[in-house]
Design a protein around this ligand. Structure first.
Ligand code: NAD
Ligand code: IPM
Ligand code: MN
Length: 361
């Protein structure tokens, strides 16, 4: 029985509050299903570390992480002390790029018992996967500021889409769609307005789609796609998008299910050459940090995605994943609930309720 070694990086703000709940539930599920996980606790990749060292991470961060099996990550960002682009480009965005985590898989699901903002929606009406390109696109360092401080000031930031980078995320999305009962893939583009790169995205989607004739493809402009997330969420099964479009859709989708506090994500290097990273979609939430009321479900569910990915091809990871998701479903239906879910429970109370359910079942 092999041992999986996983870096636990809590980061900043509520990352530090949800991490203990995530670790407890993930470890409990791992033990119950005979998966040997050892967490390696890491204090850097945080704005606290920055305050002391003037940088987000030690210089040998890559050597310290690259032989581990995964990274379990809370959230980074404390804009009161470190500008966001400095903290994020100094940590999370480096991991995604350097470890070639080119798929950011973000499930969106409406749960029983969670009050959502959409009228007359049942669990099952909102149940799709956002596949976000995670290493290129609109997130680049290509550009610059000219004539700074004058009236002629100009800022340029390029978007970069490689054929390799686009094809591989499209292929991942087609594969995923093909395995699901509805076999539907929505491609988010904007080929009317962004008239160079987005028609090209559409053409790559057609080219890769030739290998997946069973998958029903629907290309939609990002603006109307966003409206349909709200008006017709049942249309969606797998949604593939560029880095920025996927970022926006993966906050909008969870918002339609009541809260972003339960949305998980898997930043995957599907080739398994580097560790993959599992984290909530949400950030460090400075506005609620310190009160102990953050919803821990996004962190816990991300742990479930991690166990599934780590042990792929063997049944126990999938079983551990399903047991965690069932414990989450049960807790959401029965309470206790954190304030974002309409209750007044603490992070620890909700986390412990999920842990107890997992132990009982
Ligand atoms: P945020 O996700 O941190 O918070 C947005 C809103 O959602 C806030 O009102 C917050 O209280 C609420 N919220 C978020 N998570 C919650 C939870 N688990 N339970 C209950 N409520 C929750 O987004 P933001 O305010 O734009 O960003 C704050 C900081 O986090 C910034 O520094 C930002 O760059 C960073 N950030 C980091 C990540 C990441 O590490 N992956 C993701 C997003 C934002
Ligand atoms: C996310 C976050 C990050 C992103 C930020 C913090 C850089 O919003 O993981 O969705 O834009 O990818
Ligand atoms: Mn985001």
């Amino acid at each position: 029985n092999r041992r999986y070694r996983v870096a636990a990086i809590a980061g900043d703000g509520i990352g530090k509050e949800v991490m203990p709940q995530g670790l407890a539930v993930t470890q409990l599920a791992a033990q119950r299903f005979g998966i040997d996980v050892e967490f390696v606790h890491i204090g850097w990749a945080s704005c606290d570390y920055y305050a002391e060292h003037g940088k987000m991470m030690p210089d040998d961060w890559k050597a310290q992480l690259q032989d581990l099996d995964a990274i379990y990550f809370g959230a980074v960002g404390w804009p009161a002390t470190v500008p966001d682009h400095v903290s994020l480009w100094g940590s999370l965005l480096k991991f995604r790029r350097e470890f070639d985590q080119y798929v950011n898989l973000r499930p969106v699901r409406l749960f029983e018992g969670v009050p959502g903002p959409l009228a007359n929606r049942q669990p099952g009406d909102i149940d799709y996967l956002v596949v976000r390109e995670n290493t290129e696109g609109e997130y680049t360092s290509v550009g610059g500021l000219m004539f700074e401080g004058t009236e002629r000031e100009i800022v340029i930031q390029e978007s970069v889409y490689s054929r390799h980078g686009t094809d591989r995320v499209l292929r991942y999305a087609y594969e995923l769609a093909q395995k699901r009962p509805r076999q539907k893939l929505t491609v988010a583009t904007k080929s009317n307005g962004i008239a160079i790169s987005m028609p090209w995205w559409d053409s790559r989607a057609d080219a890769i789609g030739k290998d997946y004739p069973q998958v029903q493809v629907d290309k939609q402009h990002i603006d109307i796609l966003s409206a349909r997330f709200v008006l017709q969420p049942q249309r969606f099964d797998v949604v593939v998008a560029s880095n920025l479009f996927g970022d926006i859709l993966s906050d909008l989708g969870p918002a339609t299910t009541g809260t972003i506090g339960l949305a998980p994500s898997a930043n995957l290097n599907p080739d398994r050459r580097f560790p993959s990273l599992f984290e909530p979609v949400h950030g460090s939430a400075p506005d609620i940090y310190g009160q102990g009321i953050a919803n821990p479900i996004a962190m816990i569910w991300s742990g479930a995605l991690m166990l599934d990915f780590l042990t792929e091809g063997q049944g126990q990871g999938r079983a551990a994943h399903d047991a965690i998701v069932q414990a989450i479903e049960h807790a959401l239906a029965q309470g206790p609930r954190t304030p974002d879910l309409g209750g007044s429970a603490s992070t620890a109370e909700l986390g412990q309720a999920i842990a107890q359910r997992l132990q009982a079942g």
